[in-house]
Design a protein around this ligand. Structure first.
Ligand code: SF4
Length: 322
């Protein structure tokens, strides 16, 4: 009934109310709005998605044709621009009271109606830099020397969403989603790689280690891999800058922290939510909104995707602006 992922945990830590809008929007008067707003992304995130997509294209092409794509920046930029135009189209549709499609990202700037030309330009530059640094990275050069039949799934259109059952308490299991970017077996080791499209900061590097530990948990919980006792090496590759290839084992502390976070979050949600079995047999978790605290703060609320339906956050932003 309960599930966990690294990004879900981050959302909870950032703002409990936004977490509630994102993951438990059911049975509320604003359910439809919350579901729509949960699709909001920033220009930087859309650029990051385009880079991830392009990297997956490069991996897939190399896997099957043993060749590099001549230009990777062009399709990546195209992808970025298409997502931006589609977002404008979706929001225009809404303004004309037409039903928007149920998929596709929408940009924060389009929904909240502000000028984001600077963000558009800097995200385009971000795409170009990241793709260039990926192509020249030592990681990519190393990956191409490995046996591609030992690469784990690389599908540009469907992010690898592996999941596993994690026992959080006797007879209680949480489904953990581990959406790692890329992994492969080589020389008796498993390598997990995470492509990062933001700028590297000390805090970001720490976060990346925590995230990679969750992906590591996925592999050590895999029955076949566990049986073989395969060792794991991980690395976050920061594509905004040139990188070296230096994968490292996951520390015991990071593994323990990942397990602790999953168990703690389970206990929090189990205490606050109730589980209902619907008439059609569907099992649904109901999370009362009031059980998830709203603590408006700037600048968090100014950039929040749920500002339209969060009265406390909206009040704060309006007060500051007026
Ligand atoms: S507007 Fe602020 S308080 Fe409201 S959900 Fe967003 S971040 Fe949380």
């Amino acid at each position: 009934v309960f599930s966990w992922s690294y990004s879900r945990q981050q959302a909870f830590n950032r703002c409990e109310r936004a977490f509630n809008f994102q993951y438990y929007p059911w049975d509320e008067p604003d359910t439809a709005q919350a579901r729509f707003l949960s699709r909001i992304k920033t220009h930087e995130q859309v650029a990051g998605d385009a880079v991830h997509w392009a990297v997956a294209i490069a991996l897939k092409t190399y896997r099957f044709k043993k060749t590099d794509i001549p230009s990777l920046a062009e399709p990546a930029l195209q992808r970025y621009k298409e997502t931006c135009s589609r977002s404008r189209w979706i929001v225009d549709h809404l303004k004309r009271d037409r039903k928007p499609p149920t998929d596709g990202a929408v940009l924060h700037a389009d929904v909240y109606g502000y000028d984001a030309r600077d963000q558009y330009k800097s995200a385009k530059d971000q795409v170009e830099r990241c793709v260039k640094n990926f192509r020249s990275s030592a990681a990519w050069k190393f990956i191409k020397t490995t046996n591609s039949t030992h690469w784990f799934a690389v599908d540009p259109d469907h992010r690898q969403m592996s999941k596993f059952k994690f026992e959080v308490a006797p007879l209680h299991f949480v489904t953990v989603y581990a959406g790692y970017d890329f992994a492969f077996r080589h020389d008796g080791l498993i390598y997990i790689v995470d492509w990062k499209t933001g700028h590297k900061t000390p805090m970001g590097a720490e976060e990346a280690l925590r995230q990679l530990a969750v992906y590591g948990l996925h592999f050590i919980n895999h029955p076949q891999i566990r049986a073989k006792g395969v060792e794991i090496r991980t690395q976050a590759i920061w594509l905004e800058e040139p990188s070296v290839w230096n994968p490292e084992p996951i520390s015991t502390a990071n593994f323990q922290e990942a397990e602790h976070n999953i168990k703690t979050q389970f206990e929090i949600e189990r205490a606050r939510n109730r589980v209902e079995v619907r008439k059609n047999g569907e099992i649904i978790t109901i999370a009362e909104r009031s059980a998830y605290q709203c603590r408006p703060e700037l600048p968090k609320c100014a950039g929040c995707k749920f500002g339209l339906i969060c009265s406390e956050g909206k009040d704060l932003v309006q007060r500051v602006r007026s």
